[in-house]
Design a protein around this ligand. Structure first.
Ligand code: UDP
Length: 244
């Protein structure tokens, strides 16, 4: 389905999905897991086929993180540019997986890279989505010292998204790492202020502040669970909602 009429089963018309580089790794230690990339592409297609406009911000941590480069003595800004280029690699992989499922996509890069991606143009991205194309935003914000979480909050704000979905390895926000702590407490809902005050690891503070100012709720869910993206948008499944 190519048109983007509001779906009867969800209140959301336009959504942004943030996928971390880590999510694309699946069970691997580094890089991309082809099955995982395909599974996420399938989940995006399902949501697009529900008539919801979808844009995606991809991370790059599975390939390169600026902070690790800086820790090894690299100049932070250069290392961050390398990190942004890494997100482009993931964006192209995601685009390829989606197009193999016959989903029209466009990659827009915050760092101009004419041979492989369109430059980021807000109105053009909106137009693509209106036509049923999935827009994948690469290269983060285009600026060092930021993260792709902040890029996700920025693009969601610019594109007037109704909600930002953060796909993680776990099914919501916990007060401690549930993979390391047995009795970690899971939250059903939180306010942005609670996240900031308790320093909960949902997204970095810049991203949370931006989403808060622009009143864009964040749904945190497990991207590893097949079909969860669509389910969460319909109010089902397990997720934590962060809102004002
Ligand atoms: N990055 C940056 N500016 C941005 C977005 C990302 O400099 O606006 C760099 C930064 O070095 C970061 C890397 O790109 O470590 C990969 O992004 P991120 O760590 O956010 O990816 P994720 O954790 O989502 O996989």
């Amino acid at each position: 389905m190519q048109e983007s009429a509001q779906s009867p089963v969800t209140k959301y018309k336009r959504v942004l999905l943030k996928i971390s580089g880590e999510a694309l790794m699946g069970q691997r230690e580094f890089g991309q897991d082809a099955d995982m990339v395909e599974q996420i592409a399938q989940d995006i297609k399902t949501v697009r086929d529900m008539g919801i406009e979808v844009c995606v911000v991809v991370g790059g941590g599975n390939i390169f993180r600026g902070i690790s480069g800086a820790a090894q003595g690299m100049e932070r800004a250069s290392a961050d540019y390398m990190g942004m280029l890494a997100t482009l690699i993931n964006a192209l992989a995601m685009q390829n997986a989606l197009e193999r499922l016959n989903v029209d996509t466009r990659v827009q890069s915050a760092i101009p890279m004419a041979s492989v991606a369109e430059p980021y143009i807000r109105r053009r991205a909106a137009r693509h989505m209106e036509k049923g194309r999935v827009v994948i935003f690469g290269a983060g914000t285009g600026n060092p010292y930021f993260t792709t979480d902040t890029a996700a909050a920025l693009r969601a704000s610019e594109m007037g998204c109704d909600v930002l979905l953060k796909g993680t390895k776990v099914d919501g926000v916990y007060d401690a790492d549930p993979e390391k702590t047995d009795n970690a407490k899971r939250f059903e809902s939180l306010t942005f202020m609670e996240v900031l005050k308790q320093d909960l690891r949902v997204m970095d503070h810049a991203a949370i502040s931006l989403a808060r100012e622009n009143n864009i709720p964040i749904l945190v869910f497990s991207i590893y669970e097949r079909g969860a993206f669509a389910k969460v948008l319909q109010g089902g499944g397990r997720f934590t909602i962060v809102q004002n």
